[in-house]
Design a protein around this ligand. Structure first.
Ligand code: ZN
Length: 291
């Protein structure tokens, strides 16, 4: 623990708590109080890349880690003064979920899911400290550390607090920006992964659940940031980080697999810019569009 403390309140829960930071951190939260939205959760049975889960009711999320065992953390947007944040929660950490009655072994594993999630906060923070210091604020969000408090509603709570970095790029490109998406947006995603690889880091969880994950796009600034380094490696010897070059051969992505997977995820190789894909000569357009 450190002496650094902040108060926190979560919309939907009528309590404020004082939290303290676990371990040293390069960045300081600018205000004494954090306010978070109601948490959301990417439950594994509903998780897809094109789906942003809705905020949960208090009666639901407070059972996370207790009677609701889950492999994914709770998360919410938050503010601290003028700073916009993303907060990840693991709660009820002192509780041991009951054994699953449907399990043939009727056992609870030694490390249960919600405890594993909390450990991943500490591991990821260490990865930020060891390998992502120079990239914070540019390619990855700033990490404001891991915090802890004890609550009446969710037992022992561990929080991982990061700078807000944007929205999942897949739904942004294919839904929110459907009419104003550009090739530059998509190339920015590939370049972000390429830059990570040039620094010897492979992310490990960029594809799955129907499309790319953990690649965030900020609509206001047009910037891409990468998040969730819980299974990343800093010992990646990249064969070819440079993008692109498919050269017409679908079996040769022209670059390292993870970089190529994002190029496929943003449909770079098959993408036709909107401005040219529906072009009609004017006389033909009048013919097609007239009733
Ligand atoms: Zn690589």
């Amino acid at each position: 623990m450190t002496d650094e403390r902040r108060s926190i309140s979560i919309r939907g829960a009528d309590y404020s708590n004082v939290m303290e930071r676990v371990g040293a951190c390069s960045y300081e939260l600018p205000d004494a109080h954090i306010i978070t939205d109601a948490p959301r959760c990417n439950e594994s049975d509903t998780r897809t890349a094109s789906y942003v889960p809705p905020p949960l009711y208090y009666s639901r999320w407070k059972r996370w880690g207790d009677t609701w065992e889950c492999n994914s953390c709770l998360f919410a947007e938050a503010t601290c003064g003028d700073l916009k944040l993303c907060v990840k929660f693991a709660i009820n950490l002192e509780k041991k979920p009951p054994p699953d009655p449907d399990s043939s072994f009727y056992d609870t594993p030694a490390v249960v899911a919600h405890v594993a999630v909390a450990q991943s906060f500490l591991d990821e923070y260490q990865f930020y400290q060891d390998h992502l210091q120079e990239l914070q604020g540019t390619l990855v969000p700033r990490h404001y550390g891991v915090w802890r408090f004890k609550s009446t509603w969710g037992g022992v709570v561990l929080l991982s607090i990061l700078e807000w970095a944007g929205s999942p790029s897949y739904p942004v490109f294919f839904k929110t920006l459907a009419n104003e998406d550009t090739t530059e947006h998509r190339i920015a995603c590939i370049q972000a992964v390429s830059e990570l690889h040039e620094r010897g880091i492979s992310h490990g969880q960029l594809m799955g659940f129907s499309n790319m994950r953990h690649v965030l796009f900020n609509i206001e600034t047009g910037t891409v940031r990468l998040v969730d380094f819980t299974t990343s490696s800093a010992a990646h010897q990249c064969p070819r980080p440079n993008f692109p070059a498919q050269d017409g051969n679908p079996d040769d992505p022209g670059c390292c697999n993870e970089v190529a997977s994002i190029a496929r995820g943003v449909q770079y190789y098959t993408y036709v810019p909107r401005e040219s894909s529906f072009y009609f000569p004017e006389t033909l357009y009048l013919l097609v569009s007239s009733k």
